[in-house]
Design a binder for this molecule. Sequence first.
Ligand code: ZN
Ligand code: ZN
Length: 444
Amino acid sequence: MHQVCSPNPDNFIACPDCDLLVAKINPPAGYKSQCPRCGHILLHHCRDTVSRSLALAVAGLLLFLPAIFMPLLTFQRLGMSETGNIIQTVVKFFDQGYSFVALAVFLSTAIFPLLKLSLLAFVSLCLKIQRYPVWLGKLFRLHNHLDEWTMVEVYLLGIMVTIIKMYGSTDIHFNTGAFCFTGLVVLIMASSLSVCRESFWILIEGRGKHSFQMLHADNRPLQEAGTAAANGLLLCRECGKLSSTCMDVHEEKEWRCRRCSAHLHFRKPASLPRTWALVISAAILMLPAYLLPIMRVDFLGIPRHSTILDGIKIFFQDGSYAIALIILTASVFIPVFKVVGLAIGLLTINLSRPRFLRQKTAMFRFIGFIGKWSMLDIFVIALLAFFINFGFLTSIETAPAATYFCLVVITTMLAALTFDPRLMWDQLNARTERSENTTHPGEQ
Ligand SMILES: [Zn+2]
Ligand SMILES: [Zn+2]
């Protein structure tokens, strides 16, 4: 294997979206270092991240049990009432035979938030008291992965949509659980914002010594493409550390990150076939998700099935345009946008058409950011199926499309994780190399 001797990895930072190598600098407080090619935020300077994260995580843990187990809301109609908490809405899904949806709701609203807060509290406490167990890096990696699968904020929006939907036809009372849950959502979102991953990793690696070093310029010239891969450097996608392959290439066949011990690859393994498989699966699952009924409403003994689109139409007919637009965006626009956006990225690579890459990379980042908001409709149905249970008068039950829709959300989120945007930029690098370098046709 032809091996390029890499420059000192400590002097550079590589963009995780386009693989461009940028000299490492220490941005002053309030400033960010941004990738000049694709706009990705590479570094930003933050202070007191550990103390702030520890305080927020502990406060979140204190609120967790009341938020999950205390009653959220009470719905009353004609002398009948229904009161319940988050766990009871999950149990209702199980009772109705929708175990997969119940599990997805339980994990994303209870287990993952608890795990995320506990891990953050533990890791920041270790850093605060300067204890560095060997698996600290692994725990922090797990915490970072839980970010996109923790969906309490989407559930809170689901509560608001449910209240607006039933306002007027049912008396709704807020219970203590609703206030605790809102507090929990605020603390989880604030803790996510307060964690400066780069600072945490530097502290974990340096065992407490936090210093951005202004390094001397590397006198080794960079390869023409200027990417980490072209210079024999491997970027760890877990912690952002660059590793040189020169030192390791003869020692071991698989590379591991020295900072967090994650497996290292120049590009995500089998990214194209895996992402295609997930995108095609999501597109196929969309058919039953949109065509089959997602809930059954029994009014005075007369059952009526409604699909996702029927529900949106009813909101428009009732004049609730804001809610109709929110559900339309979360349930239709976002899943379709994710599938189409990822297919465009995949076709860019398959057809070697490296155009509008900055815009396509920004679109990919947006797809990763909006992924979880599609779960909104599932949460609204969980709440309606539990609270609207007034016997013969009116009741709401879950219908089969809920499982298919949940699968669409999960497959599109996984597709966003398996897609490697650097492969799009590789097409541009290859094209530039072909047009400029006629004397050295050898490949990297
Ligand atoms: Zn970039
Ligand atoms: Zn790493």
